[in-house]
Design a protein around this ligand. Structure first.
Ligand code: S3P
Length: 169
């Protein structure tokens, strides 16, 4: 069984994913970390030196690679993984998809702290970040909302969210 966590940057996919995998006794893969290890380059450097299209291509390839692994996994995807190359349909065919839905205000508050590690957010002021999230979330939600399970991820702590996912899937 594979459980895919999807959703915008800052929605808590990686944190919740670790707890979820731990409780279920599944293995955990963070797709961004897996890409960094495989290519021996940080996501930052991949964007900087090769550009976003290249990143999307290897992100897509890596998703297919981890899906070929035998066994039970919780896979925390990147915020864009499910929105390119029809990946949401691929994920729906290959496991259970869980969208961690969060309000724009929650995402802004979290991402203002951690934008340095996220190339798409570099150099943005708080207002620009707010506008960016509204616009991109609006473009992406048609993909995110194809998930089989939708969980509101604004207020609960990661362990409670993991329990909520278990009780829902
Ligand atoms: C991206 C999200 C990031 C990472 C890359 C692009 C996106 O992952 O894959 O910076 O397009 O939303 P997180 O959602 O884990 O931050």
């Amino acid at each position: 069984m594979k459980i895919f966590l999807i959703g915008f940057m800052g929605s808590g996919k990686s944190t919740v994913g670790v707890d979820l995998a731990h409780i279920l006794g599944y293995r955990f893969i963070d797709l961004d970390e897996y890409i960094e290890q495989k290519h021996n380059l940080s996501i930052k450097l991949i964007f900087e030196t090769k550009g976003e299209d290249y990143f999307r291509m290897i992100e897509n390839e890596t998703l297919k690679e981890v899906c070929s692994f035998e066994g039970d996994f919780v896979i925390s995807s990147g915020g864009g993984t499910s929105c390119f190359y029809n990946n949401i349909d691929y994920m729906n065919r290959n496991g259970i998809t869980v969208y961690l839905r969060a309000e724009v205000s929650t995402l802004v508050a979290r991402l203002i702290e951690s934008k340095v590690d996220r190339p798409l957010l570099w150099g943005k002021t708080k207002d620009e970040l707010n506008e960016y999230i509204i616009r991109v979330l609006n473009e992406r939600k048609k993909y995110y909302e194809k998930a089989q399970v939708i969980i509101d991820a604004d207020n609960a702590n990661p362990k409670d969210l993991a329990q909520l996912i278990i009780s829902t899937v």
